[in-house]
Design a binder for this molecule. Structure first.
Ligand SMILES: [Zn+2]
Length: 275
């Protein structure tokens, strides 16, 4: 974090202005892998206090096992990936910098086979493996927050405070939105991961089709998803050629169906509070 602060300072002194930094922000990262991991851990601790976590050991072990299999197929830095289930009915999932991934329980209810859930997780693993958070943090620090956060980073000498400051902003949703390019990239890389890890690539497209149907029949269940992701139709178009070649691999397991049945016997998932 200390090194990070110095970089920001050096850049702001040497560049013509912060505008030019903003324009080239997409091409470099001010945030190291270690910074990402620190910020992600801090953010996850804060999010855990606010989200209702599904604590059913069988379900979380199952989701983690799918996640770990995808992680083994991923390239990029060795992040400490973790997989948690939020007890929310809305169809959504999100990745924090450096490893933590959350899946909403609503995804398991909406999915009809295992490859669809694995497809959602593959997309999130891809965001982390491709270091999209580092890019967004860099852009956010330089463009959106400017001097305010810069001051916060420069004003303290320790990494923990800086990580905490960034985590506070992340928890408030300031950086959680990835760019459309990042989303396209996460779909493309996610599909590769899904196939490499042994699932049928069609699962990813099928989940988008479920989202489209839900948008018609049950709009509130997908509102949060659509506020942070491109339209499913665009994503299906983007993947169509790859998916044509993606047949083969696991589509479903008896374990998936038994987890689904198990969740149906539990108290209903909660509705996300309005912003
Ligand atoms: Zn995404």
């Amino acid at each position: 974090m200390k090194r990070f602060s110095l970089w920001v300072m050096t850049l702001c002194v040497s560049a013509v202005g912060c505008q030019s930094i903003e324009q080239s922000a997409a091409k470099f990262s001010l945030v190291s892998v270690e910074d990402e991991i620190d910020i992600g851990k801090e953010t996850n601790a804060q999010i855990r206090k606010e989200l209702p976590e599904l604590t059913d050991a069988e379900t979380t072990a199952y989701i983690s096992a799918i996640g770990e299999r995808l992680v083994r197929a991923a390239s990029g830095p060795k992040y400490p990936y973790t997989f948690s289930v939020a007890n929310y009915r809305e169809i959504n999932a999100f990745a924090l910098p450096g490893g933590p991934i959350w899946l909403h329980r609503g995804v398991i209810h909406a999915a009809t086979n295992e490859s669809q859930v694995a497809g959602v997780l593959a997309h999130e693993v891809a965001h982390i493996a491709e270091r999209h958070a580092a890019g967004q943090l860099t852009k956010g620090i330089l463009a959106n927050l400017g001097l305010g956060l810069l001051g916060a980073f420069l004003g303290n000498s320790g990494g923990a405070d800086a990580a905490q400051a960034a985590a506070g902003l992340l928890t408030n949703g300031m950086f959680l939105k990835f760019s459309r390019d990042d989303e396209r990239d996460a779909d493309r890389v996610g599909l590769q991961l899904l196939r490499r890890a042994g699932w049928d690539g069609r699962g990813m497209v099928e989940l988008f089709e479920i989202l489209q149907r839900e948008a018609q029949s049950n709009p509130s269940s997908v509102e949060i998803f659509f506020s942070s992701h491109p339209a499913p139709q665009d994503r299906i178009e983007g993947l169509r050629a790859d998916v044509e070649r993606a047949h083969g691999g696991t589509r479903d397991t008896t374990r998936f169906q038994s987890i689904k049945a198990r969740l149906l016997k539990m108290p209903a998932a909660r509705t996300m509070p309005a912003e």
